[in-house]
Design a protein. Structure first.
Length: 234
């Protein structure tokens, strides 16, 4: 008697939620951080930086959320358009579509007899036939109709949460330079942690991934601060 030994599968199963959080949080941590750093090089009072930062976070979250919504709607519209074409082809080019179904099974390595049986089974139901062609000929999965709205919300909220991190010291410290110092420490730590877990989820070197994300944020903030000082002429 042969025993079947099961082993745990360690493959990554990414979710739409994680994707949205990564998109929103990465920009949310970086853009307001660079803005606050740039303004800190030009003004001494944190009141202006707080107002500008909140305005940027509001505008950025709306823009990013809208981008996520439009991306989701585009995916739905594309699927619907291709599905409509497939229904038309099934109706008007049945012989060609039947052969395409058979070729899919042929590529799977099935015998000719099984190919014929499987093809005849698939084409009995037009909806299943079209769904089969959408997935295995075109490589398209049916999108969740609620995905666009959820994506907009997830990305927008993630951007706000990320944006408040570099801005938070400016709420409590009146001098912009002092607030910037604390903001740099807090934000770089958060950027590293974010980059670490993002890289871990995607299966790449987490330590190196965290360092790369942190350096990108540091460079963006440093460039903004340097340009502000240059323009100010000090």
């Amino acid at each position: 008697m042969n025993a079947t030994h099961l082993h745990p599968e360690n493959h990554l199963k990414s979710s739409d939620l994680l994707t949205d959080i990564v998109i929103g949080m990465s920009d949310g941590l970086t853009v307001p951080f660079a803005l606050a750093a740039g303004l800190s090089g030009a003004v001494s009072s944190t009141a202006v930086i707080v107002v500008a930062g909140i305005a940027e976070i509001a505008a950025g979250s709306i823009a990013m959320g809208l981008g996520g919504y439009l991306a989701g709607k585009t995916e739905q519209d594309h699927y619907a358009s291709e599905e409509k074409n497939e229904y038309w082809e099934v109706e008007n080019k049945a012989d060609i579509e039947i052969e395409e179904v058979r070729k899919v099974f042929e590529e799977w390595g099935l015998s000719k007899e099984v190919q014929t049986q499987a093809t005849n089974e698939i084409i009995k139901d037009k909806d299943k036939w079209v769904a089969f062609m959408m997935k295995h000929e075109l490589g398209l999965e049916k999108p969740d109709p609620k995905r666009a709205g959820r994506s907009a919300f997830n990305i927008g909220v993630s951007y706000i949460v990320g944006g408040l991190v570099p801005l938070s010291p400016y709420f409590f410290i009146s001098n912009s330079y002092d607030a910037l110092k604390l903001s740099v420490i807090i934000t770089l730590i958060c950027l590293y942690i974010f980059g670490f877990f993002k890289s871990k989820l995607t299966g790449v070197n987490a330590w190196l991934g965290g360092l790369k994300v942190m350096l990108i944020g540091a460079l963006a903030a440093g460039a903004a601060f340097g340009f502000a000082k240059l323009i100010e002429g000090r």
